[in-house]
Write a new protein. Sequence first.
Length: 214
Amino acid sequence: MITLALSKGRIFDESLPLLAAAGITLADDPDRSRKLILPTSRDGLRVVLVRASDVPTYVQYGGADLGVAGGDVLVEHGGEGLYQPLDLRIARCRMSVAVRADFDYAAAVRQGSRIRVATKYTAIAREHFADKGVHVDLVKLYGSMELAPLTGLADAIVDLVSTGATLQANQLREVERIMDVSARLVVNQAALKLEREALRGLIDALAATLPQPT
Ligand code: ADP
Ligand code: MG
């Protein structure tokens, strides 16, 4: 049995059409059923539903053979034990720095200065500001990052942005783009050796559904 880890929400919704194009359908709708393990129409393939940030961990330790994880989550995790054969180009967004519209970001990131940053992505934020030679005090949050600069909890946030509407609605300004993000297929390296044929078949079937890169 091959186990594919997906997370509810964007990753699940945008993976479904790719799976369908590869001839794989699911009988259950995870929004209606409470099941965490879903059979599929493909023999020997099942789907497990985990938190988006837990996908790399499940695949790393073999709780799932493969999974779909955002680039943000993968960079933060480190990618240890994971083979990353495909950029699925779904769930696309960017990782950015944002501040209050009235905050002088240029002054705050002069070499040797100090900035307080709230984020869920502490590894990415630490590395980003270290590269600029800026001292950073990190405040780890799990959600509603936009609130941090508005309440004085932090000077800046590092968070995902897609349209920028949430930032705008909260009088925040995107001041730096750290990286482009999309979801990738990740595979357990040991499973790839043990279940080579089944996994290769699935990876190739998914690869065939992607538009050719231009
Ligand atoms: P969670 O909030 O539990 O992390 P989401 O469905 O919001 O789950 O995010 C899952 C993944 O989708 C993220 O890791 C990221 O790669 C991507 N993502 C998050 N926010 C956006 C967005 N606004 N637009 C596009 N992709 C996003
Ligand atoms: Mg979210």
